[in-house]
Design a protein around this ligand. Structure first.
Ligand SMILES: NC(=O)c1ccc[n+]([C@@H]2O[C@H](COP(=O)([O-])OP(=O)(O)OC[C@H]3O[C@@H](n4cnc5c(N)ncnc54)[C@H](O)[C@@H]3O)[C@@H](O)[C@H]2O)c1
Length: 252
């Protein structure tokens, strides 16, 4: 079992869906958690769930697209808990739209939340993880970064970018005892997935996400278990990699 006793973790987009499950799972493994989230009203439930486990949690309203808010998020972790050991870049968003119809704003929001936000959070947190003597970064990418599906160009480009950032950053910070990995989830049952799949269902395209050998959607906890593994010493020789947790929707 992954042991994160006395570790300090930051999880972005932790107010619902996969991020909420990750924050709770890391607390179950013994971590205290910074619950970072764009929407203030989503924070309390995750914080309460962690406190019920006997761990500490603070909520921080932070938009990962805003560097000043990201820096304040990392500062809040250090002020409240003294250091940062683990960063989970989970905040993400997805708009299903064919490229020819995609507006500049729709392109930008998908690149900015998924990719630039990951950059901002890594840039702010890495110096603190170095001060802590090392640690782990886990980025939530997507199977969409590997496959083709109509209406997915910006999201796919952003998530493939997250995988590339993961590899390059792992090379930069390995000597400082920081491992950097990503997870490529397949279809996971969350509010985001429900709206994306409803949008896809309106189209004539094949239901690519229901084609995996494990013939169901994944559960947020199934991503969270993999994050706990990648954040812990159990994965001490894994870095720069992207692990598929997709029910076989995508196979290498
Ligand atoms: N659900 C899936 O099928 C699936 C598949 C592959 C990858 N993913 C990825 O997993 C991650 C979580 O997805 P989910 O399905 O739980 O989504 P979700 O929409 O259910 O939850 C995402 C959370 O992130 C928050 N968020 C959005 N923009 C933010 C921002 N700019 N700053 C901070 N927080 C922000 C939202 O408010 C929300 O609470 C995302 O990166 C998503 O791309 C999801």
């Amino acid at each position: 079992m992954a042991d994160l006793t006395s570790k300090i973790a930051i999880v972005t987009g932790a107010g619902q869906g996969i991020g909420k499950a990750i924050a709770i799972r890391l607390a179950q493994a013994g971590a205290d958690v910074v619950v970072a989230e764009l929407l203030e009203e989503r924070i309390a439930e995750t914080v309460d769930a962690i406190e019920k486990l006997g761990r500490k949690a603070i909520g921080v309203q932070a938009d990962v697209r805003d560097n000043a808010q990201v820096v304040a998020m990392v500062n809040a972790a250090v002020e409240n808990f003294g250091r940062v050991d683990i960063l989970v870049n989970n905040a993400g968003t997805d708009i299903v739209r064919d490229l020819v119809d995609l507006s500049d704003e729709e392109w930008d929001i998908q690149i900015d939340v998924n990719l630039k936000g990951t950059f901002y959070c890594c840039r702010a947190a890495v110096p603190e993880i170095v001060k802590a003597g090392g640690g782990a970064i886990v980025n939530i990418a997507s199977a969409a970064g590997y496959i083709s599906y109509p209406g997915g160009t910006a999201y796919a480009a952003a998530k493939a970018g997250v995988m590339a950032l993961t590899r390059s950053l792992a090379g930069e910070v390995g000597k400082q005892n920081i491992r950097v990995n990503a997870i490529a989830p397949g279809p996971i049952d969350t509010p985001l997935a429900r709206s994306v799949f409803a949008e896809m269902a309106k189209r004539d395209d094949p239901a690519i996400f229901s084609s995996g050998p494990i013939r169901r959607m994944g559960r947020p906890e199934e991503i969270a278990n993999t994050v706990a593994f990648l954040a812990s010493e159990e994965s001490s020789y894994i870095t720069g990699d992207t692990i598929s947790v997709s029910g076989g929707t995508y196979m290498h």
